[in-house]
Design a protein. Structure first.
Ligand code: AMP
Ligand code: GLY
Length: 419
């Protein structure tokens, strides 16, 4: 395993963080990112993440040794199956295994088979039946479009009227085909933690726990977003919780997936709620989280490449990733208006960073005539490590304050829950 040619698929902050980490690997010969962003421009290849046949063709032509998939869309479209069919090595779950994220009702059925602690739930295809059920259980409750809705198909309803409206909103086509089926869930209370696990089909290793901030505004107000910032580790997490989650959630999931003939290889990302009755699973994602990956990569001491390689060979038990003691924080700067309609093409000027402890990961950025511009909803992820959460936060915000991004919005309270 040396002189490896690696392709990363995707164009977000997560992919920049993966590229930043892999570029430091002594085993790497050449890196490509398809399509990438301004932060990854030296590695970019102009192929969209969903154009699977073009990606296969590129990987064959460039004799790519390992492909790593960032976003869920290509996974749900079967990129892993297509690469494997072409004899190419790829890190990520098959189309069948990716349903853990692609379909909430599928995920719930796996949780049921594996006896995984989760919220009580019911699934509906009929709007009136769904509403009758919601009236029976009452509020608060949670309504979820069954299919992929870019992280936006979930409505937490604190009163009955909102819940009934949410049923209509989802099932009347507000989320396209994703809302043909509706999952209604019991409302769980507690702190949320994201746990990303490296899986090789049979075995798994957890990465460091992360707390995300999903709401657009400070104090966890406003709309749900893809994530406005992260920090790691959250102090609510303990080694006991970790043991319990691996034993009661991760390993049973892998066992059931393997028994079904759809073993899970890739990152199994658990969205957990730490309740008074222990950790409960809110959802599976089948990929690296964004912006979870930014802080996870900042804290990873070991070389990432042999770890991902081991996953593709069923050898994750043989590698033991090492982690820094330092705390990491990532503050996301988003376009004005995000997560609703937002402006694009805003010029951005970044400060020169002298500090090894900080890195500005790009997400929705591009370059036009030498000028850095915003091109997406989430634009930058200012990622910093420090001896303490307080120090990491201070340093992150001091960099944010030096960034010239007119109208760019961010939360000032990333990590405050952990202080
Ligand atoms: P999901 O896409 O399923 O993770 O849901 C998005 C967000 O909705 C989660 O990060 C939680 O903040 C919230 N949420 C989802 N399910 C529940 C639940 N059963 N109880 C409370 N909050 C939930
Ligand atoms: N930050 C949550 C996600 O990647 O889905």
């Amino acid at each position: 395993m040396e002189n490896l040619r690696v392709l990363i698929v995707g164009n977000g902050g997560r992919e920049h963080a993966l590229a930043w980490k892999l570029a430091q690997s002594p085993e790497l010969e050449r890196l490509f990112v398809a399509p990438g962003n301004a932060g990854t421009h030296v590695w970019n290849v102009d192929i969209p993440a969903q154009d699977i046949s073009a990606l296969v063709e590129f990987a064959l032509k460039e004799t790519i040794d390992l492909t790593i998939v960032g976003p869920e869309d290509p996974l749900s479209l079967g990129i892993v199956d297509a690469f494997q069919k072409a004899g190419l090595r790829i890190f990520g779950p098959s189309q069948a295994a990716a349903q853990l994220e692609g379909s909430k009702s599928f995920a719930k059925s796996i949780m049921e088979s594996a006896k995984i602690p989760t919220a009580k739930w019911a699934m509906f295809e009929d709007q009136e039946q769904a509403k009758d059920y919601v009236r029976t259980i009452g509020a608060p409750c949670v309504l979820k479009a069954d299919g992929l809705a870019a992280g936006k198909g979930v409505i937490v309803a604190m009163d009955l009227d909102t819940a009934l409206q949410a049923v209509d909103e989802i099932m009347d086509g507000g989320f396209g085909t994703a809302g043909k089926k509706l999952v209604v869930e019991e409302f769980l209370e507690g702190q949320e933690v994201s746990l990303l696990c490296l899986c090789d089909g049979m075995a798994a290793r957890p990465m460091v726990p992360v707390q995300d901030h999903k709401r657009a505004l400070e104090g966890d107000l406003g709309l749900n977003t893809g994530g406005m910032g992260t920090y790691s580790p959250p102090p609510v997490w303990t080694p006991e919780i970790s043991t319990e989650v691996m034993r009661d959630i991760v390993f049973p999931t892998l066992r059931v997936m393997s028994e079904r003939g759809t073993p899970f290889q890739g990152v199994l990302f658990l969205g957990l709620m730490l309740t008074d009755q222990g950790a409960k699973l809110l959802e599976y994602n089948v990929r690296f989280g964004d912006p979870e990956t930014q802080v996870v990569m900042k804290r990873l001491k070991s070389d990432l490449l042999p770890i991902l390689w081991a996953c593709t060979e069923g050898r994750i038990s043989e590698v033991k990733p090492e982690w820094k003691e330092e705390v990491a924080v990532c503050v996301v700067m988003a376009s004005p208006g995000y997560p609703l309609a937002y402006a694009k093409g805003i010029p951005i000027h970044l400060p020169e960073l002298k500090d090894q402890d900080a890195v500005i990961f790009h997400a929705g950025t591009g370059i036009q005539e030498g000028q850095l511009l915003s091109t997406g909803g989430r634009v930058l992820g200012i990622t910093v490590e420090g001896k303490t959460l307080q120090l990491a936060r201070e340093k992150a915000y001091s960099i944010v304050d030096q960034i010239d991004f007119p109208g760019g919005h961010y939360r000032r309270d990333i990590g405050v829950k952990g202080l």
